[in-house]
Design a protein around this ligand. Sequence first.
Ligand code: AMP
Length: 481
Amino acid sequence: MKTNNFEQFNLKKEILSSIEKLGYKTPTEVQEKVIPLVLKNKDVIVKSKTGSGKTAAFAIPLCEKIELLSNNPKALILTPTRELCVQVKEDITNIGRLNRIRCAAIFGKQPFKAQVDELKQRVHIVVGTPGRTLDHINRGTINLEEIKYLVIDEADEMLNMGFIEEVEEIINKLPKDRTTMLFSATIPEEIEYLCNKHMNAYEKVDVNTEAVTNENISDACYIVEEKNKYTFLRDLTYVSNPESCIIFCNTREKVELVTSRLRANKYSVNCLHGGMQQNDRLNVIKSFKRGEFSFLVATDVLARGIDVEKVSLIVSYNIPLEKESYVHRIGRAGRSGEKGKAITLVTPYEDKFLKEIEQYIGRKIEILQELDKTNIEKAKEAFHKKQLEVPKIKKDKAFELNKEVCKLYISAGKKKKIRAIDIVGTISSIEGINGEDIGIIDIQDNFSYVDILNKKEKLVVEALKNKTIKGKKVRCEKAEK
Ligand code: AMP
């Protein structure tokens, strides 16, 4: 019999099945320690790094514990950045999908109305950035009366970004009878104060600071004059010829400059920084995750929490001026046990920053002298050949899971006064279908989506040709995405 080490937590069969389909076989250290505590509704402060599997450490017990038959959100998760917000929503949706957990992401620079519409439907878990979450609270478009779980993710980053007051304002609006989880890579005084003020007797979980990520990354730096950096970068990429590579710069201008030079040199490259439109930012991350291009030049917007598989090379084109960023940047490689290399380009006048980083991480970073350029011409040829290849699109993490669930499109929505209950009513009246086969329902203005489980989608599509929903004839077909 196939065993999965998550069985020890006595989870619902749907949750266990999602975990298996996502390919998680053994809980990571943070999951091992945190899941049992949250299942017992204990407040926790977790010191752990990104890449340690911490999202699933809170997502699994939340999906397990949340009551499905309630119209108002039961859990609120606060994240510092919009990108992380979207990623956490995706992780939760994957873990809770077979159990019909619905999760919404609310973050700035996205139309407010679409978020309001989504919040009006049955949503179990909300992930939000502090500013937009407060906006919804103040405008009365989110109901927090039934919140039983609060997760503050990347708390130290919230503090760095100046969000801690907004976080506190949100906490003050939540029911007191709740379980609170706080995740942070470091626990500065201000965070400790916040915990003491707003949490019940909590357990502290300190996950081995050498997280999974770091053991798999070898890091080093080269001393390079600013004016020679670009040529150096090119040589480095020829020699390394990475599948996927992230290049961090300290400013938007530098990001754009390096990107345009790489583009002119026929690299398969794109960029990401805070000055871009939010949708462009999300699209760039999505297509980088899918492997549609191999070089991403970014500011530290990308350094926190963003999870891309198979990034084998991280280059800090500029040494980070904040020591914490170093750890976050290199943490983008070597995710879930893969091997990665992190190279920092340091100018001869930047010793001070290097020393600060070394002090912070508690070890020396190897300084390498020259790149080995013996076979550089050959390497360059191989490199450009690879850049011209049609990219291999990476399999979505949820690929196996998606095979279990089929999203159907139905040609009627809110404007025809269709509600979730009407769709459930009609579909469950089909012979051979019961409530267990119907998953998440999403009602938009002119159409709706419904997840059908257990491979019964064909049966539903056929049967709906001869049935009506709320007395209306509808067209039903497999949704495109
Ligand atoms: P996080 O620290 O939450 O960003 O997770 C880092 C990466 O590890 C993500 O790609 C997760 O999908 C993956 N992951 C989380 N838990 C496990 C697990 N138990 N086994 C394998 N991969 C995992």
